[in-house]
Design a protein around this ligand. Structure first.
Ligand code: NAD
Length: 415
C-alpha cells in the first residue's frame, strides 16, 4: 500500500491554489516548508514505578503574520509528518480568518486512554519543559487538540509560569475560566462548524429544520457541532467515536449522549439507538456529513460510498485531495477545515487578547465577535469560489495564501 503523507497532502492543497492565483515561485517555496520542527524525547516515571520514554514534537510552520498558534495532540499515531501538516493548516487557517498569528502544532506519542491522570500530568509538564525554549505569549501559544483538554492547558500554563517565575496566562489558550480561559472557548469550534453549516444552507436557500446529519467523532468538536445543529432543528441520525457507531433515523438525543460521554468517555456505553460498526455511519444516506475525528477519513477508496450533498469539515484534513476530486465530480459541497473549524482558534485569539489585557469579556461578546468573523469570512470565500469557479477549499486557500503573501511583500526576505 502507498505510504500516505499528510504533510504532502497539505502541500498539494497549497500548490493547487497557488497555481490558480499565480503565486510567485519564491513564495511557494517558502510556503512548502516548516520554519522550525522540534523533536523531544523524555523519561516519565509511571504509576507502577517503571520509567517510560515518550517522544513529542512542536512544529512552528510560519510566523510571518505573528506568534505561532496551534493545538497539542496526544495520540498513539502522532508523527512528525502529521504535526507538520497540522501546523501548516494552522498557518493558512489563521491567515484566512485574519488573526495576527502564524501556525504551529504539537503532539506527544502516547495513548491517553491507558494513562492515569497523574501520568498524563507528568507527561504534560515534562513535554512543556522540553519545548519551553520555543514557547511564550509572543512566540508560540498552544491550545487543546485531540485527547487534550482545558486541564492539560492548565498544567502547561502552570509549568511555564513556574519555570519563568511569574504567572503567565497568555502562554496557552483553552484554559479553565478560573485561570483566564475565555468564556465560550470550549464550544467555539463546534459553534463555528454550526455557523458555517448555517451559512452554506442560507446560500443554497435550504433549511436546517429536519436536515439529516451524520457526525464522525463525538469529542469536543463533533459533540458541540451536533448540539448546535440539533438546537436549530437538524436531525442527528448517526454519530460515531473510536469505539462504535450509533444510528437512529428519528434523530439521536445529543445532550443525552454528551452526558454519557462525560461519565463513561466512550459511546459504546450509550444504550439508546442502534449500534453499527464505527465507519458505517460515513456511508449512510443523509444531507450533511461532519467529519470531526482525525485526518484521512474520506479517501479515494471510500469517497464514492459517501451519500450526502454537503460535508462540513470539523476535523483537520479529513478529506484527501483524491477524495476531493471524486466528491467535486459528484457535486458535493465541502466547507473546508481551515474555514469550518476555525471557530476554535478565533476564540483562542480572543482568550489571548483578554489574558494580555487583563480585561475579560462576557460570553455574549465572545459569541457575537465569533459570529461576525465567521460570517464575513464565509461570504468572502463563497464570493471567490463563484467568481473564480473553484471549490470552497481552493477559494479559502486563495484568501489565506494571499494574506501571507502580502506580509512578505512588505517585510521582504531577511537578510
Ligand atoms: P477530541 O479528542 O475531543 O475528540 C475526538 C473524537 O474522535 C473522539 O470522540 C474519538 O473517540 C473520535 N475518534 C477517533 N478516531 C475515530 C475514528 N476512527 N472514527 C470515529 N471517531 C473517532 O478531539 P477534538 O478536539 O474534538 O478534535 C477533533 C478534530 O477536530 C481533530 O482533527 C482536531 O485537530 C480538530 N480541531 C479541533 C479543535 C478544537 O478546538 N478542539 C479546533 C480545530 C480543529
Amino acid at each position: 500500500m502507498k505510504k500516505f503523507s499528510i504533510a504532502e497532502m497539505a502541500r498539494r492543497q497549497v500548490e493547487k491554489a497557488a497555481k490558480m492565483m499565480n503565486l510567485s515561485d519564491h513564495l511557494l517555496k517558502i510556503f512548502m516548508c516548516p520554519k522550525r520542527v522540534l523533536r523531544v524525547t523524555f523519561p516519565v516515571q509511571m504509576d507502577d514505578g517503571t520509567i517510560q520514554c515518550f517522544t513529542g514534537y512542536r512544529c512552528q510552520y510560519n510566523d510571518a503574520r505573528g506568534p505561532t498558534k496551534g493545538g497539542v495532540r496526544y495520540h498513539p499515531d502522532v508523527t512528525e509528518d502529521e504535526v507538520i501538516a497540522l501546523a501548516a493548516w494552522m498557518t493558512w487557517k489563521c491567515a484566512l480568518v485574519d488573526l495576527p498569528y502564524g501556525g504551529a502544532k504539537g503532539g506527544v506519542i502516547c495513548d491517553p486512554m491507558r494513562l492515569s491522570e497523574r501520568e498524563l500530568e507528568k507527561i504534560t509538564r515534562r513535554y512543556t519543559t522540553e519545548i519551553m525554549p520555543i514557547l511564550g505569549p509572543q512566540i508560540d501559544i498552544p491550545a487543546p487538540d485531540v485527547f487534550t483538554t482545558s486541564k492539560t492547558m492548565a498544567w502547561m500554563m502552570d509549568t511555564f509560569s513556574m519555570m519563568t517565575g511569574h504567572t503567565e496566562p497568555a502562554v496557552v489558550t483553552g484554559k479553565p475560566e478560573v485561570l483566564g480561559g475565555s468564556k465560550g472557548r470550549k464550544e467555539a469550534t463546534g459553534r463555528g462548524v454550526f455557523i458555517n453549516t448555517r451559512e452554506l444552507y442560507r446560500k443554497l436557500g435550504k433549511s436546517l429544520k429536519g436536515t439529516k446529519v451524520l457526525v464522525q467523532g463525538f469529542g469536543n468538536v463533533g459533540s458541540y457541532a451536533a448540539y448546535f445543529l440539533a438546537k436549530e432543528g437538524a436531525k442527528i441520525i448517526g454519530v460515531s467515536d473510536s469505539s462504535t457507531g450509533i444510528i437512529d433515523e428519528n434523530g439521536l438525543d445529543v445532550e443525552d449522549m454528551m452526558a454519557c460521554i462525560e461519565k463513561y468517555k466512550l459511546l459504546e456505553a450509550y444504550e439508546k439507538g442502534t449500534k453499527v460498526p464505527r465507519d458505517e455511519i460515513l456511508y449512510k444516506e443523509a444531507d450533511l456529513l461532519i467529519p470531526a475525528a482525525l485526518e484521512n477519513q474520506i479517501h479515494e477508496d471510500n469517497a464514492d460510498r459517501i451519500k450526502v450533498w454537503a460535508i462540513v469539515e470539523g476535523a483537520n484534513g479529513p478529506t484527501t485531495p483524491e477524495a476531493d476530486e471524486i466528491l467535486e465530480r459528484k457535486g458535493v459541497y465541502i466547507v473546508p477545515d481551515i474555514l469550518a473549524n476555525s471557530g476554535g482558534v478565533i476564540v483562542s485569539h480572543f482568550e489571548w487578547v483578554q489574558a494580555l489585557s487583563g480585561l475579560y469579556w462576557e460570553e455574549k461578546e465572545v459569541n457575537e465577535r465569533l459570529e461576525n468573523k465567521l460570517v464575513k469570512t464565509f461570504n468572502e470565500v463563497w464570493e471567490i469560489s463563484k467568481k473564480m469557479n473553484v471549490s470552497l477549499r481552493i477559494a479559502a486557500y486563495m484568501v489565506a495564501l494571499n494574506r501571507v503573501a502580502e506580509v512578505y511583500k512588505y517585510r521582504g526576505i531577511f537578510p
